[in-house]
Design a protein around this ligand. Structure first.
Ligand code: NAD
Ligand code: UDP
Length: 321
Protein backbone atom coordinates (compact mmCIF):
# COMPACT_ATOMS: atom_id res chain seq x y z
CA UNK A 1 0.00 0.00 0.00
CA UNK A 2 1.27 3.46 -0.87
CA UNK A 3 0.70 5.93 1.96
CA UNK A 4 -1.00 9.01 0.49
CA UNK A 5 -1.73 12.54 1.68
CA UNK A 6 -5.48 12.90 1.33
CA UNK A 7 -7.64 15.98 1.73
CA UNK A 8 -11.31 15.47 2.68
CA UNK A 9 -13.40 18.65 2.47
CA UNK A 10 -16.54 18.44 4.60
CA UNK A 11 -14.50 16.03 6.73
CA UNK A 12 -16.43 16.76 9.94
CA UNK A 13 -19.78 16.03 8.31
CA UNK A 14 -21.75 12.80 8.23
CA UNK A 15 -20.19 11.17 5.14
CA UNK A 16 -16.86 12.98 5.43
CA UNK A 17 -16.15 11.73 8.96
CA UNK A 18 -16.83 8.11 7.98
CA UNK A 19 -14.58 8.56 4.96
CA UNK A 20 -11.80 9.93 7.22
CA UNK A 21 -12.16 6.82 9.45
CA UNK A 22 -11.79 4.54 6.46
CA UNK A 23 -8.76 6.40 5.04
CA UNK A 24 -6.99 6.44 8.41
CA UNK A 25 -7.74 2.71 8.82
CA UNK A 26 -6.18 2.18 5.38
CA UNK A 27 -2.98 3.87 6.64
CA UNK A 28 -3.13 7.25 4.89
CA UNK A 29 -2.42 10.79 6.10
CA UNK A 30 -5.72 12.63 6.22
CA UNK A 31 -6.45 16.35 6.37
CA UNK A 32 -10.11 17.06 7.18
CA UNK A 33 -11.19 20.57 6.19
CA UNK A 34 -14.53 21.94 7.38
CA UNK A 35 -16.21 25.23 8.29
CA UNK A 36 -18.51 23.37 10.76
CA UNK A 37 -21.71 24.72 9.20
CA UNK A 38 -23.48 21.35 9.47
CA UNK A 39 -20.51 19.25 10.58
CA UNK A 40 -19.43 18.69 14.19
CA UNK A 41 -16.14 18.30 16.00
CA UNK A 42 -17.73 15.32 17.80
CA UNK A 43 -17.78 13.41 14.50
CA UNK A 44 -13.98 13.47 14.30
CA UNK A 45 -13.07 13.81 18.00
CA UNK A 46 -11.97 10.16 18.12
CA UNK A 47 -9.46 10.83 15.32
CA UNK A 48 -7.73 13.78 17.00
CA UNK A 49 -4.36 12.54 18.25
CA UNK A 50 -4.39 9.70 15.74
CA UNK A 51 -1.05 9.73 13.84
CA UNK A 52 -1.76 10.85 10.31
CA UNK A 53 -4.94 12.80 11.10
CA UNK A 54 -5.26 16.59 11.05
CA UNK A 55 -8.30 18.88 11.10
CA UNK A 56 -8.43 22.43 9.76
CA UNK A 57 -11.24 24.99 10.02
CA UNK A 58 -11.55 26.45 6.54
CA UNK A 59 -14.27 27.54 4.13
CA UNK A 60 -13.81 26.00 0.68
CA UNK A 61 -15.07 29.23 -0.92
CA UNK A 62 -11.52 30.46 -0.29
CA UNK A 63 -8.34 29.01 -1.85
CA UNK A 64 -6.39 26.45 0.16
CA UNK A 65 -2.64 25.91 -0.12
CA UNK A 66 -1.64 22.42 0.99
CA UNK A 67 0.33 19.55 -0.55
CA UNK A 68 -1.84 16.51 -1.30
CA UNK A 69 -2.08 13.45 -3.53
CA UNK A 70 -5.87 13.03 -3.49
CA UNK A 71 -8.84 15.30 -2.80
CA UNK A 72 -12.36 14.19 -1.89
CA UNK A 73 -14.58 17.28 -2.24
CA UNK A 74 -17.56 16.69 0.06
CA UNK A 75 -18.02 20.17 1.55
CA UNK A 76 -21.63 21.29 1.09
CA UNK A 77 -24.72 21.10 3.29
CA UNK A 78 -26.77 18.15 2.03
CA UNK A 79 -30.09 18.38 3.86
CA UNK A 80 -32.76 20.54 2.17
CA UNK A 81 -33.44 22.43 5.43
CA UNK A 82 -29.77 23.39 5.76
CA UNK A 83 -28.93 24.07 2.12
CA UNK A 84 -31.99 26.33 1.85
CA UNK A 85 -31.06 28.27 5.01
CA UNK A 86 -28.49 30.39 3.12
CA UNK A 87 -29.01 29.47 -0.54
CA UNK A 88 -26.45 31.94 -1.89
CA UNK A 89 -23.77 30.42 0.32
CA UNK A 90 -24.85 26.94 -0.87
CA UNK A 91 -24.28 27.83 -4.51
CA UNK A 92 -20.97 29.51 -3.63
CA UNK A 93 -19.85 26.44 -1.70
CA UNK A 94 -20.51 24.14 -4.64
CA UNK A 95 -19.18 26.40 -7.38
CA UNK A 96 -16.30 28.23 -5.70
CA UNK A 97 -15.48 25.13 -3.66
CA UNK A 98 -15.14 23.16 -6.91
CA UNK A 99 -13.01 25.89 -8.52
CA UNK A 100 -10.71 26.06 -5.49
CA UNK A 101 -10.33 22.28 -5.20
CA UNK A 102 -9.74 21.93 -8.94
CA UNK A 103 -7.16 24.71 -8.73
CA UNK A 104 -5.44 22.89 -5.89
CA UNK A 105 -5.54 19.63 -7.88
CA UNK A 106 -4.06 21.41 -10.88
CA UNK A 107 -1.13 22.77 -8.88
CA UNK A 108 -0.43 19.55 -6.97
CA UNK A 109 -1.44 17.15 -9.81
CA UNK A 110 -3.70 15.42 -7.27
CA UNK A 111 -6.65 13.24 -8.19
CA UNK A 112 -9.87 15.00 -7.29
CA UNK A 113 -13.28 13.45 -6.59
CA UNK A 114 -16.50 15.43 -6.53
CA UNK A 115 -19.40 14.32 -4.30
CA UNK A 116 -22.24 15.11 -6.69
CA UNK A 117 -25.80 14.10 -6.08
CA UNK A 118 -28.92 12.42 -7.42
CA UNK A 119 -30.41 15.94 -7.17
CA UNK A 120 -28.76 16.70 -10.53
CA UNK A 121 -31.65 14.62 -11.92
CA UNK A 122 -34.17 16.97 -10.23
CA UNK A 123 -37.72 15.59 -10.27
CA UNK A 124 -36.86 12.83 -12.73
CA UNK A 125 -39.03 11.88 -15.68
CA UNK A 126 -36.87 8.80 -16.34
CA UNK A 127 -36.88 5.98 -13.83
CA UNK A 128 -34.67 4.52 -12.41
CA UNK A 129 -32.09 7.23 -13.08
CA UNK A 130 -29.07 6.27 -15.21
CA UNK A 131 -26.07 8.53 -15.69
CA UNK A 132 -26.98 9.48 -19.26
CA UNK A 133 -30.29 11.02 -18.14
CA UNK A 134 -29.82 14.80 -18.10
CA UNK A 135 -32.40 15.60 -15.46
CA UNK A 136 -35.40 17.77 -14.84
CA UNK A 137 -34.33 20.59 -12.53
CA UNK A 138 -36.29 23.77 -11.85
CA UNK A 139 -33.50 26.38 -12.07
CA UNK A 140 -35.37 29.02 -10.03
CA UNK A 141 -36.97 26.91 -7.29
CA UNK A 142 -35.90 26.58 -3.64
CA UNK A 143 -33.83 23.46 -4.33
CA UNK A 144 -31.96 25.06 -7.25
CA UNK A 145 -29.14 26.47 -5.10
CA UNK A 146 -28.12 22.90 -4.36
CA UNK A 147 -29.12 21.17 -7.61
CA UNK A 148 -27.72 23.80 -9.96
CA UNK A 149 -24.66 24.39 -7.76
CA UNK A 150 -23.85 20.68 -7.98
CA UNK A 151 -24.57 20.63 -11.73
CA UNK A 152 -22.21 23.54 -12.27
CA UNK A 153 -19.57 21.79 -10.15
CA UNK A 154 -19.85 18.76 -12.46
CA UNK A 155 -19.42 21.07 -15.48
CA UNK A 156 -16.28 22.53 -13.93
CA UNK A 157 -14.85 19.08 -13.22
CA UNK A 158 -15.25 17.98 -16.84
CA UNK A 159 -14.03 21.32 -18.24
CA UNK A 160 -10.90 21.15 -16.05
CA UNK A 161 -10.31 17.65 -17.35
CA UNK A 162 -10.70 18.72 -20.99
CA UNK A 163 -8.80 21.98 -20.58
CA UNK A 164 -6.07 21.01 -18.09
CA UNK A 165 -5.98 17.17 -18.29
CA UNK A 166 -6.83 16.85 -14.60
CA UNK A 167 -7.50 13.46 -13.08
CA UNK A 168 -11.14 13.91 -12.06
CA UNK A 169 -13.81 11.60 -10.63
CA UNK A 170 -17.50 12.44 -10.25
CA UNK A 171 -19.93 10.31 -8.24
CA UNK A 172 -23.64 11.01 -7.94
CA UNK A 173 -24.64 10.02 -4.45
CA UNK A 174 -28.22 8.95 -3.72
CA UNK A 175 -29.89 9.17 -0.29
CA UNK A 176 -27.44 7.83 2.27
CA UNK A 177 -28.03 7.39 6.01
CA UNK A 178 -26.35 6.07 9.13
CA UNK A 179 -24.75 6.97 12.46
CA UNK A 180 -23.40 10.55 12.87
CA UNK A 181 -26.23 12.21 10.98
CA UNK A 182 -27.05 15.23 13.11
CA UNK A 183 -30.24 14.70 15.19
CA UNK A 184 -31.49 18.01 13.68
CA UNK A 185 -30.17 17.20 10.21
CA UNK A 186 -33.71 17.37 8.81
CA UNK A 187 -33.37 14.47 6.37
CA UNK A 188 -36.01 11.80 6.47
CA UNK A 189 -34.21 8.85 8.11
CA UNK A 190 -32.77 10.82 11.03
CA UNK A 191 -36.01 12.79 11.47
CA UNK A 192 -38.18 9.67 11.65
CA UNK A 193 -35.81 7.81 13.98
CA UNK A 194 -35.42 10.73 16.39
CA UNK A 195 -39.18 11.39 16.36
CA UNK A 196 -39.93 7.69 16.97
CA UNK A 197 -37.42 7.38 19.82
CA UNK A 198 -38.77 10.54 21.48
CA UNK A 199 -42.40 9.46 21.01
CA UNK A 200 -43.08 12.61 18.96
CA UNK A 201 -45.29 12.78 15.87
CA UNK A 202 -43.67 11.39 12.73
CA UNK A 203 -43.85 14.11 10.08
CA UNK A 204 -44.66 12.68 6.66
CA UNK A 205 -44.49 15.21 3.85
CA UNK A 206 -47.36 14.91 1.36
CA UNK A 207 -49.12 11.54 1.31
CA UNK A 208 -45.82 9.68 1.76
CA UNK A 209 -46.12 7.91 -1.59
CA UNK A 210 -43.01 9.65 -2.95
CA UNK A 211 -40.13 7.16 -3.14
CA UNK A 212 -36.45 7.16 -2.25
CA UNK A 213 -33.79 4.41 -2.14
CA UNK A 214 -31.57 4.42 0.96
CA UNK A 215 -27.90 3.43 1.07
CA UNK A 216 -26.05 2.67 4.32
CA UNK A 217 -23.01 4.89 4.90
CA UNK A 218 -20.35 2.11 5.00
CA UNK A 219 -21.40 0.91 1.55
CA UNK A 220 -21.28 4.46 0.21
CA UNK A 221 -17.80 5.12 1.63
CA UNK A 222 -16.56 1.92 0.03
CA UNK A 223 -17.90 3.21 -3.32
CA UNK A 224 -16.05 6.53 -2.89
CA UNK A 225 -12.74 4.76 -2.17
CA UNK A 226 -13.17 2.41 -5.13
CA UNK A 227 -13.94 5.31 -7.41
CA UNK A 228 -10.81 7.18 -6.34
CA UNK A 229 -8.72 4.02 -6.91
CA UNK A 230 -10.19 3.37 -10.37
CA UNK A 231 -8.09 3.82 -13.55
CA UNK A 232 -7.55 7.37 -14.79
CA UNK A 233 -9.96 6.88 -17.70
CA UNK A 234 -12.83 6.29 -15.25
CA UNK A 235 -14.08 9.81 -14.66
CA UNK A 236 -17.76 9.11 -14.09
CA UNK A 237 -20.27 10.38 -13.51
CA UNK A 238 -21.16 7.18 -11.66
CA UNK A 239 -24.27 6.71 -9.52
CA UNK A 240 -23.68 5.41 -6.00
CA UNK A 241 -26.76 4.34 -4.08
CA UNK A 242 -28.84 1.40 -3.00
CA UNK A 243 -31.31 0.47 -5.74
CA UNK A 244 -34.05 -0.74 -3.37
CA UNK A 245 -36.80 1.86 -3.64
CA UNK A 246 -39.45 2.43 -0.98
CA UNK A 247 -42.21 4.98 -0.35
CA UNK A 248 -41.52 7.41 2.50
CA UNK A 249 -44.70 6.22 4.24
CA UNK A 250 -43.34 2.63 4.34
CA UNK A 251 -40.07 3.90 5.78
CA UNK A 252 -42.05 5.50 8.61
CA UNK A 253 -43.91 2.24 9.26
CA UNK A 254 -40.62 0.27 9.42
CA UNK A 255 -39.06 2.72 11.85
CA UNK A 256 -42.12 2.78 14.11
CA UNK A 257 -42.16 -1.04 14.16
CA UNK A 258 -38.41 -1.35 14.78
CA UNK A 259 -38.35 1.15 17.64
CA UNK A 260 -41.61 -0.09 19.19
CA UNK A 261 -42.63 3.57 19.23
CA UNK A 262 -46.10 4.87 20.03
CA UNK A 263 -45.59 7.90 17.77
CA UNK A 264 -48.45 8.92 15.47
CA UNK A 265 -47.94 9.54 11.75
CA UNK A 266 -48.91 13.11 10.81
CA UNK A 267 -49.09 14.52 7.30
CA UNK A 268 -47.52 17.87 6.38
CA UNK A 269 -47.50 19.75 3.05
CA UNK A 270 -45.08 18.41 0.46
CA UNK A 271 -42.20 20.89 0.01
CA UNK A 272 -41.97 22.69 -3.36
CA UNK A 273 -40.15 20.67 -6.06
CA UNK A 274 -39.84 17.59 -3.81
CA UNK A 275 -39.05 14.75 -6.27
CA UNK A 276 -41.88 12.22 -6.69
CA UNK A 277 -39.64 9.23 -7.25
CA UNK A 278 -35.94 8.49 -7.07
CA UNK A 279 -33.96 5.30 -7.48
CA UNK A 280 -30.45 4.77 -8.85
CA UNK A 281 -29.56 2.62 -11.80
CA UNK A 282 -26.20 1.28 -10.54
CA UNK A 283 -25.17 -0.84 -13.51
CA UNK A 284 -22.23 1.45 -14.24
CA UNK A 285 -20.93 1.21 -10.65
CA UNK A 286 -21.28 -2.59 -10.72
CA UNK A 287 -19.47 -2.94 -14.04
CA UNK A 288 -16.78 -0.29 -13.60
CA UNK A 289 -16.03 -0.45 -9.88
CA UNK A 290 -17.27 -3.93 -8.96
CA UNK A 291 -19.34 -2.11 -6.35
CA UNK A 292 -22.78 -2.71 -5.00
CA UNK A 293 -24.35 -2.12 -1.59
CA UNK A 294 -24.26 -5.01 0.89
CA UNK A 295 -26.16 -3.71 3.87
CA UNK A 296 -29.92 -4.13 3.60
CA UNK A 297 -32.27 -1.46 4.93
CA UNK A 298 -33.35 -3.44 8.03
CA UNK A 299 -29.72 -3.90 9.11
CA UNK A 300 -28.70 -0.31 8.38
CA UNK A 301 -31.75 1.07 10.17
CA UNK A 302 -31.05 -1.15 13.20
CA UNK A 303 -27.49 0.23 13.45
CA UNK A 304 -28.71 3.80 13.02
CA UNK A 305 -31.45 3.40 15.62
CA UNK A 306 -28.89 2.04 18.11
CA UNK A 307 -26.70 5.09 17.45
CA UNK A 308 -29.49 7.62 18.00
CA UNK A 309 -30.83 5.74 21.01
CA UNK A 310 -27.41 6.04 22.72
CA UNK A 311 -26.98 9.66 21.65
CA UNK A 312 -30.39 10.74 22.90
CA UNK A 313 -30.01 8.81 26.16
CA UNK A 314 -26.61 10.44 26.78
CA UNK A 315 -28.09 13.91 26.22
CA UNK A 316 -31.41 13.33 28.03
CA UNK A 317 -32.07 15.70 30.95
CA UNK A 318 -31.20 14.09 34.31
CA UNK A 319 -34.27 12.73 36.15
CA UNK A 320 -35.56 14.89 39.02
CA UNK A 321 -34.53 13.70 42.50
P1 NAD B 1 -23.22 17.02 5.97
O1 NAD B 1 -24.03 18.27 6.00
O2 NAD B 1 -23.22 16.14 7.16
O3 NAD B 1 -21.71 17.33 5.60
C1 NAD B 1 -21.30 18.42 4.84
C2 NAD B 1 -20.05 19.00 5.49
O4 NAD B 1 -19.58 20.10 4.70
C3 NAD B 1 -20.33 19.56 6.88
O5 NAD B 1 -19.35 19.10 7.76
C4 NAD B 1 -20.27 21.06 6.68
O6 NAD B 1 -19.91 21.76 7.87
C5 NAD B 1 -19.24 21.16 5.58
N1 NAD B 1 -19.34 22.42 4.82
C6 NAD B 1 -20.44 23.03 4.32
N2 NAD B 1 -20.12 24.15 3.67
C7 NAD B 1 -18.76 24.27 3.76
C8 NAD B 1 -17.82 25.22 3.28
N3 NAD B 1 -18.22 26.29 2.59
N4 NAD B 1 -16.51 25.04 3.56
C9 NAD B 1 -16.09 23.95 4.29
N5 NAD B 1 -16.94 23.01 4.76
C10 NAD B 1 -18.26 23.17 4.48
O7 NAD B 1 -23.73 16.20 4.68
P2 NAD B 1 -23.30 14.77 4.13
O8 NAD B 1 -24.51 13.94 4.04
O9 NAD B 1 -22.12 14.26 4.86
O10 NAD B 1 -22.89 15.15 2.64
C11 NAD B 1 -21.53 15.21 2.22
C12 NAD B 1 -21.47 15.46 0.72
O11 NAD B 1 -22.11 14.39 0.02
C13 NAD B 1 -22.15 16.75 0.29
O12 NAD B 1 -21.38 17.35 -0.73
C14 NAD B 1 -23.46 16.28 -0.27
O13 NAD B 1 -23.95 17.16 -1.27
C15 NAD B 1 -23.10 14.92 -0.84
N6 NAD B 1 -24.28 14.04 -0.87
C16 NAD B 1 -24.75 13.45 0.26
C17 NAD B 1 -25.88 12.66 0.18
C18 NAD B 1 -26.44 11.95 1.40
O14 NAD B 1 -27.50 11.33 1.29
N7 NAD B 1 -25.80 11.95 2.54
C19 NAD B 1 -26.56 12.50 -1.03
C20 NAD B 1 -26.06 13.15 -2.15
C21 NAD B 1 -24.91 13.91 -2.08
N1 UDP C 1 -39.52 13.88 4.36
C1 UDP C 1 -40.62 13.60 5.17
N2 UDP C 1 -40.55 13.95 6.48
C2 UDP C 1 -39.46 14.53 7.03
C3 UDP C 1 -38.33 14.78 6.22
C4 UDP C 1 -38.39 14.44 4.88
O1 UDP C 1 -41.63 13.06 4.71
O2 UDP C 1 -39.48 14.81 8.25
C5 UDP C 1 -39.61 13.52 2.93
C6 UDP C 1 -39.14 14.59 1.98
O3 UDP C 1 -40.17 15.52 1.70
C7 UDP C 1 -38.75 13.75 0.78
C8 UDP C 1 -38.18 12.47 1.40
O4 UDP C 1 -38.72 12.42 2.72
O5 UDP C 1 -39.89 13.41 0.03
C9 UDP C 1 -36.65 12.47 1.49
O6 UDP C 1 -36.27 13.70 2.08
P1 UDP C 1 -34.79 14.05 2.50
O7 UDP C 1 -34.82 15.45 3.00
O8 UDP C 1 -34.23 13.00 3.37
O9 UDP C 1 -33.95 13.97 1.14
P2 UDP C 1 -34.24 14.40 -0.37
O10 UDP C 1 -34.20 13.12 -1.08
O11 UDP C 1 -35.58 15.07 -0.49
O12 UDP C 1 -33.13 15.32 -0.66
Amino acid sequence: MVRKRILVTGGAGFLGSHLCDRLIEDGHDVLAVDNYFTGRRDNIAHLIGEPGFEALRHDVCFPLHVEVDEIYNLACPASPVHYQFDPVQTTKTSVMGAINMLGLARRTRARVLQASTSEVYGDPTSHPQAEDYHGNVNPIGPRACYDEGKRCAETLFFDYRRQHALRVKVVRIFNTYGPRMHPDDGRVVSNFIVQALQGRDITIHGDGRQTRAFCYVDDLVDGLVRMMASPEAVTGPINLGNPVEIPVRDLADHIVAMTGSRSRLVFRPLPVDDPVQRCPDIRRARETLGWEPRIVLAEGLARTITYFDRLLTAHAPAPRK
